[in-house]
Design a protein around this ligand. Structure first.
Ligand code: NAD
Length: 433
């Protein structure tokens, strides 16, 4: 099939590349010419394992193209995907301006029948607005569908090629048939719904996962008070098939470009219908508080942070990505600076992105983990990169000026800490000192 994907970010790029790998002709469009130039030079503007190789393979056989020419891309396509961003507005609502602009441009570009599919996460009712917007620009026939995306950054290629399920929300028989045909090579588990339900499935899924994380983080906070070990508790809970073991990892809370904005957007969607989504509001509040436990623990060990050197490992919101949007590191580092600490930060991949987006005077960015840790009064681990897990606590102890380790992601076991003199504080597990 001939596809156009509008928006070449984490979702659009990975989806476009994977569709081309299935044998489809794909044109990926972005209005940022520097992204398209990079891709045409064989460079990849985001870090995502396996993506570079897949781009090269499909570009080389001529099935994958990158352009800023939206009109040309739409005109050659049978199916057009919208994968532009839907960030948060200051009040938490989804900002639909990129969606509206893309719909308008698609409408102006139509030259015959197309299926227009929204992959971006959009509030319930948005696809109907997209339909109206396109219809205002064009007399050519088209059908719309909502096919929300569930990929996770860091494993995006794998998630796209082996999805748990595909949701297709449409009222069009023709769109249903063509989209099932397109997605069939990926999975047999294709769920067809109406458009509004598909839009809601995406928000409900992310809200549920965020709820699991905040739930286990509150259990972790109670574990610290009663002397239980949250990792053992989560393992025991997860053995119950009704609960499941995923998303029960205690830590400093979720971040990233999806959970924070999608939980806020769902609270707003509910509120606009006079529904007070109390549970989700608490999930967000718990998540906000959870990251500050790092600061509280540091203050309890070091008394005050003024003039202290604090090493931070991990700027990305999770491992295997360079994405720093809503990463816990942002607020934690800001709080450290506000308290007068000197911060030395290291991340294996995300430092460039972090410095591009945030201007944090007083942070020394280091090229190596040991540079950040050397001579620090404490080290805080904020992202569970494998590189960090591979460094033994004894080595960390030898680098630090004072033996204080705050492990915000519970990456070390008791056995790994044995024999060290570290004051070790993790999340929901007994402190060791
Ligand atoms: P992103 O910000 O990485 O990429 C969006 C891209 O769209 C940008 O490169 C931007 O330049 C481009 N763009 C915007 N308007 C355009 C236009 N009119 N024409 C051409 N290009 C345009 O965003 P993302 O992380 O890929 O997310 C996209 C959508 O998918 C969002 O709604 C998000 O909530 C959803 N989603 C994201 C993830 C994720 O993990 N990132 C997972 C599932 C769903």
């Amino acid at each position: 099939m001939k596809l156009a994907v509008i928006g070449t970010g984490y979702v659009g790029l990975v989806s476009g590349v994977c569709f081309s790998d299935l044998g489809n002709e794909v044109v990926c469009v972005d209005k940022m010419s520097n992204k398209i130039e990079m891709l045409n030079r064989g460079e990849v503007p985001i870090y995502e394992p396996g993506l570079k190789e897949l781009i090269k393979k499909n570009k080389d056989v001529g099935r994958l193209h990158f352009t800023t020419d939206l009109l040309g891309a739409v005109q050659q396509a049978d199916i057009v995907f919208i994968a532009v961003g839907t960030p948060s507005l200051p009040d938490g609502q989804a900002d639909l301006s990129y969606i509206e602009q893309a719909a308008e441009e698609i409408g102006k570009s139509l030259n015959g029948f197309k299926i227009i599919v929204t992959k971006s996460t959009v509030p319930v009712g948005t696809n109907e607005k997209i339909q109206e917007k396109i219809a205002m620009q064009s007399l050519f026939p088209f059908e719309i569908a909502s096919v929300p995306e569930f990929l996770r950054e860091g494993t995006a290629v794998q998630d796209t090629l082996l999805p748990d399920r595909i949701i297709i929300g449409t009222s069009s028989e023709m769109a249903r048939k063509r989209l099932i045909e397109l997605h069939k090579p990926l999975t047999d588990n294709i769920v067809v719904t109406d458009v509004r339900s598909a839009e809601m499935i995406k928000y409900a899924s992310n809200a549920f996962l965020a709820t699991k994380i905040s739930f286990i983080n509150e259990i972790a906070n109670i574990c610290e008070k009663v002397g239980a070990d949250v990792d053992q508790v989560a393992f025991g809970m997860g053995q119950d098939k009704r609960i499941g073991s995923s998303f029960l990892k205690a830590g400093i809370g979720y971040g990233g470009s999806c959970f924070p904005k999608d939980t806020q957007a769902l609270i707003q969607i509910a509120g606009q219908m006079d529904y007070d989504f109390k549970l989700l509001k608490s999930v967000v509040e718990v998540n906000r508080d959870q990251r500050f436990n790092v600061i509280k623990k540091l203050e309890s060990i070091l008394n005050h942070l003024q003039g202290k050197t604090i090493a931070v490992w991990g700027l990305a919101f999770k491992p295997e990505t360079d994405d720093v949007r809503d990463a816990p590191a942002i607020e934690i580092i800001s709080s450290l600076l506000e308290r007068g600490a000197k911060v030395k930060a290291y991340d294996p991949i995300a430092t460039d992105n972090f410095t591009r987006h945030f201007n944090m005077d007083g942070v020394e960015y280091c090229d190596k983990a040991h540079e950040a840790a050397s001579d620090a009064d404490a080290l805080c681990i904020l992202t569970e990169w494998k590189e960090f897990k591979d460094i033994s606590p004894a080595i960390i102890e030898s680098w630090l000026k004072r033996p204080n380790l705050i492990d915000g992601r519970n990456i070390y076991s008791e056995a790994e800490l044995a024999g060290t003199e570290l004051n070790y504080y993790s999340v929901g597990r007994p402190a060791m000192n």
